[in-house]
Design a protein around this ligand. Sequence first.
Ligand code: GNR
Ligand code: NI
Length: 170
Amino acid sequence: MAILPILTVPDRRLKQVSQPVTLVDDAVRQLMDDMAETMYHAIGIGLAAPQVGVLRRVICCDVTHAQNGDEKKPVFIANPVIVHQEGDICWKEGCLSIPEYHAEVTRYSHIVVQGLDRDNQPLELKATELMAVCLQHEIDHLNGKLFIDHISALKRSIFMKKLKKKKDEA
Ligand code: GNR
Ligand code: NI
């Protein structure tokens, strides 16, 4: 297992569309385990492979860890697809690739996701609330989309100004 560096905006790899995996083999399992270790180390509730520079459709989530302390129950999904979606939920989101910025995003409140699990077996997952938010946020990463792409143009332009100021100061 290894803690991998997490890419941050404006890294161009975060805007790319990731490629499906053909098979969850040992190499993909290794990636999944490294992603989980990286996610827990960064105190995140989810992570997508492109955030560690791997343009493959692999995500990891654990929304329970923050509440349960030690108990780690990572959910890994390769090639995740939302097959059902309904309802609205608004959540104040953050992203490990966008440090020090949070904004409210409206997403589906109830989703069903299909994909492949860590053992290359078909998986179907029903999710609501924070888990639904997290899965949609991670699947967005696989399509080169960030939560700032969901906020208003005005809020985004304020964010871009803050980002430029940080860059100029560095
Ligand atoms: O750690 C994270 N917290 C979070 C909070 C609200 C909505 C989405 C997230 S995901 C984020 C980790 C991350 O950047 N995953 O891509
Ligand atoms: Ni993110």
